[in-house]
Design a binder for this molecule. Structure first.
Ligand SMILES: [Zn+2]
Length: 178
């Protein structure tokens, strides 16, 4: 970030008056340009004990298997974002059952949220974002070809608890840096 979006003057990076952290701010108009973590909202779609995974058709991690999800948009709820991303990547609308996992990724300034989601049927379709979509039983999950460690954490948690009756425990975890 180099220029102020309010007045177009150059920004400085230092602790603004009255603040505790260094931020981009504008010496000309005084506007502070805050940058905060972003939320990635995802589903763990399930059909008859099988989990739907999408093969990524886009970078990053092109060709790796992932759960449907993406950056939350302004004006939507986390649940709406998870359903929108699932539609954009796999063309179906599941029913969200519960929040399954909250995975902090402080080294990337992100929080990844995963909803367990029940599919109404086994209808889905590939999209420009997914080159393949398949349903995997727990023992078939391609653990060596998963897109992100957050996805791996959510899937492991689901597989470990899927046999339980009633609500599954919520996973709250942090992925450490490599
Ligand atoms: Zn300014």
């Amino acid at each position: 970030m180099k220029f102020c979006s309010n007045c177009a003057n150059p920004l400085v990076y230092s602790v603004p008056p009255g603040d505790q952290l260094a931020r981009h701010h504008c010496a000309a108009c005084g506007m502070v340009h805050y940058q905060n973590p972003r939320i990635i909202t995802c589903t763990v779609p399930v059909w008859k004990n099988r989990i739907l995974l999408c093969k990524r058709a886009i970078e990053p991690r092109l060709g790796y298997w992932t759960l449907p999800g993406g950056f939350m948009e302004n004006g939507e709820t986390m649940a709406q974002g998870a359903l929108r991303e699932t539609w954009e990547e796999a063309c179906f609308r599941p029913t969200l059952r519960q929040l399954l996992a909250i995975v902090d990724l402080p080294q990337y300034d992100q929080v990844h949220m995963f909803y367990l989601a029940d599919m109404e049927n086994d209808q889905f379709a590939i999209t420009p974002e997914s080159s393949a979509i398949e349903l995997f039983a727990a023992e078939e999950i391609p653990w060596q070809s998963l897109s992100f460690r957050t996805v791996e954490a959510a899937l492991k948690h689901y597989v470990q608890h899927q046999h339980l009756q009633g609500p599954l425990p919520l996973l709250e975890t942090t992925i450490p840096p490599h």
